[in-house]
Design a protein around this ligand. Structure first.
Ligand code: BTN
Length: 242
C-alpha cells in the first residue's frame, strides 16, 4: 500500500491544502479528507463534498521530467474508470477527463500547477468520486450526476475504493511520466464516448458551443476534430457536450 498519505476529517479543499503546503510536501504525497467545505471543480465550479463516504483526494507530483504532466489528468480518468469496472459497472470517458456512468458524471478531476518564479515545480492532481451520494443530493447538482452505490444498489466501501485507486495510479505512473499519452492511449480510447460522433465543444463556461465531428485522439492526448468547413482542428482545451 502507498505509504505517504495524509488523512483529514474535514478540510476546505484537499487541492487548496496541497498547493498551500506544496514546498513542504514530498513527491507522491496523497492528501485525503472525509469531507470538504470548499471543494472546487474546473472553471471555478463548486464540487459538492459534504458526503463522508465519497472520495476526495489530491496527489502532489513533482517529477523531474515534466513534459508529460499535462497528460496526467487523462491518465487518472483511465485509472478511475478501471477501478469502477472492478464493481462490474461500465465507465466511459468524456474528453478530456470526465468519467461517466450511464452518461452521468461520477468523477471529476482538477489538476493545478504549482509555479515558483514562473517555473512549474509540479502539480496537484485532485479527484473526487461519488461513491455513496444519496439521490436527493445528486438532484441538487446542476449537471447530470450519479453515484456508484446507486448503480450497484449497494453501499461502497470508501477505504477499499481509495486503496484500489491509489494503487492503480501509482502502478503505471512512472511509465506515464516517461512515455506520456502513448502509455495508456489504448485504454483511454477503449472507454471514450465521443469519437466518431458529432459533438459540441465549449472552450469556457459562457462561450458559444461549436459543432464538430470528433475524429481521433492524437499521440499527445489532444482531440482532433473536423469542422463544418471540412478542416481538421486540434482541440487543446474545452469540454465536449454530446
Ligand atoms: C471537476 O470535474 O470540475 C473537477 C472536480 C474535482 C474535485 C476534487 S475533490 C478533491 C480535490 N479537491 C478539490 O477541491 N477538488 C478536487
Amino acid at each position: 500500500m502507498h505509504s505517504n498519505i495524509i488523512n483529514f476529517d474535514t478540510i476546505d479543499s484537499t487541492n487548496t491544502y496541497a498547493l498551500e503546503h506544496f514546498e513542504n510536501l514530498e513527491d507522491k504525497t496523497v492528501i485525503t479528507a472525509l469531507s470538504q467545505t470548499k471543494g472546487r471543480g474546473r472553471f471555478n465550479r463548486v464540487w459538492v463534498s459534504e458526503n463522508r463516504e465519497n472520495i476526495y483526494l489530491s496527489i502532489v507530483l513533482k517529477p523531474t521530467k515534466k513534459d508529460f504532466l499535462p497528460n496526467i489528468t487523462q491518465y487518472m480518468s483511465v485509472c478511475c474508470a478501471g477501478v469502477i469496472e472492478t464493481y462490474n459497472v461500465k465507465a466511459q470517458i468524456k474528453y478530456p477527463n470526465d468519467v461517466l456512468v450511464d452518461n452521468k458524471k461520477i468523477c471529476g478531476i482538477l489538476c493545478e500547477s504549482y509555479l515558483k518564479n514562473n517555473i512549474i515545480q509540479g502539480v496537484v492532481l485532485g479527484i473526487g468520486v461519488n461513491l455513496n451520494m444519496p439521490q436527493s443530493v445528486l438532484n441538487t447538482i446542476d449537471r447530470p450526476a450519479v453515484s456508484l452505490n446507486i448503480i450497484t444498489g449497494e453501499n461502497i466501501n470508501r477505504q477499499e475504493f481509495f486503496n484500489k485507486l491509489v494503487n492503480e495510479f501509482f502502478n503505471n505512473y512512472d511509465d506515464v511520466i516517461q512515455n506520456g499519452f502513448a502509455s495508456f492511449k489504448e485504454d483511454y480510447i477503449l472507454r471514450n464516448n465521443f469519437l466518431g460522433k458529432n459533438v459540441y465543444i465549449q472552450q469556457r463556461d459562457n462561450d458559444i458551443k461549436e459543432n464538430f465531428f470528433a475524429q481521433k485522439m492524437d499521440d499527445n492526448g489532444n482531440l482532433v476534430v473536423i469542422g463544418n468547413d471540412g478542416k481538421e482542428k486540434t482541440i487543446f482545451s474545452g469540454d465536449i457536450i454530446l
